[in-house]
Ligand binder design. Sequence first.
Ligand SMILES: C[S@@+](CC[C@H](N)C(=O)[O-])C[C@H]1O[C@@H](n2cnc3c(N)ncnc32)[C@H](O)[C@@H]1O
Length: 380
Amino acid sequence: MVQIDLPSHHFEPRIYGVGAWTGHIHFAYDLVAVLRPALLVELGVDRGESYFAFCQSAAENKTGTRCFGVDTWRGDEHAGGYDETTFAQVSEQNCTHYESFSTLLRCGFDAALGNFGDESIDVLHLDGLHTEAAMRHDVDSWLPKLRPGGILLLHDVRVRSKDFGVWKIWAELQQPGRSWTFEDGPGLGVWQKPPSSPLPGFLEELLSPRNESNEALAKYYTGRAQAMQEKIAQHWRDSSIRNTPFAQQTVIQVFHTRDGSHCEEDSVYARMGHEGWKDVRIELPPSAGAAPLRIDFVSALTTIEIASIRLMKEGADYYSAAQKSDFDSITVTGDAERVPDPKFLRVRITGIDPQLHLPVLDVPSHVAPLVIELRLRVIV
Ligand SMILES: C[S@@+](CC[C@H](N)C(=O)[O-])C[C@H]1O[C@@H](n2cnc3c(N)ncnc32)[C@H](O)[C@@H]1O
């Protein structure tokens, strides 16, 4: 029977709650602490939730690991686009805590390949664009860089919405080699490159055929994931969310619809930093309807000032609001309150689900994308 006495019992993450990786950061911490890899590479760093869990473990457990994080830091069609704030914040975090052993490579994944010898990487985490084609390309090009017996991590192995296809690659990979799938949230696949060789500590038990021990380990990590979710919920309840890493940026989620119903599947993300006025341009699919468009701000109890909103397709304007009277037709609902303002649409965010509904618009469906442009600033 496995003893659940893992290094992550004492893990106090510096970065958490900023992405989809929160449920796995304790496993990331233990993986590095116990395996003590010489070389770890992550493809797809974004705000660094997974990457800095690896780095924090390497630093606190003195594993001597050399870490590399690769990203364009521009976003992609699943993560959404984001501005320069992300790279600035990730660089600062890296520089402050991990500079002696961690390097950020700002480039495409293909361009980074030449930095690593064949069979040189001990832990490889692939978390870029999640379409089947992109993931297949990343696996095919990077797997030769992983040493035999090394560990590959694939994120989002359970997601079947939008055009996510990691689950297909994961199903194929599991045939050769030893693996474990964490089922929490979007899912994390852990795979040992064949030929298999014994792994230290809990990792050997985790990658053994399903048994009491790896079930107990999975339960432990589910417990840690739930505790993280509870910690974040408490931050919202007592307003301390304002002091967390999450509060450093605001996510804009635009829902499009032709029949009036809004769902996650038909939404597009963009993310912005809080340094003054920003011009944000978001492309929606050519088929997107605006009956009505809904804009949610995932933002830590801030106030948002919107100077203009414009909706265009093939150069033609379908909606434009740039002065006080124009904004009257926008409904502010959910966890948001309209604050009187002589010029702008000013909205106070009071919780996790603020919504703006634009008037219903008749937008034709043809090849060109529907584009929404916002000029706004976030006041913290
Ligand atoms: C899902 S996010 C990574 C999430 C991150 N691991 C975390 O812990 O939150 C995907 C990231 O991969 C990057 N990306 C996607 N495809 C890329 C490519 N071909 N080259 C470089 N970066 C890429 C995007 O810019 C984005 O930041």
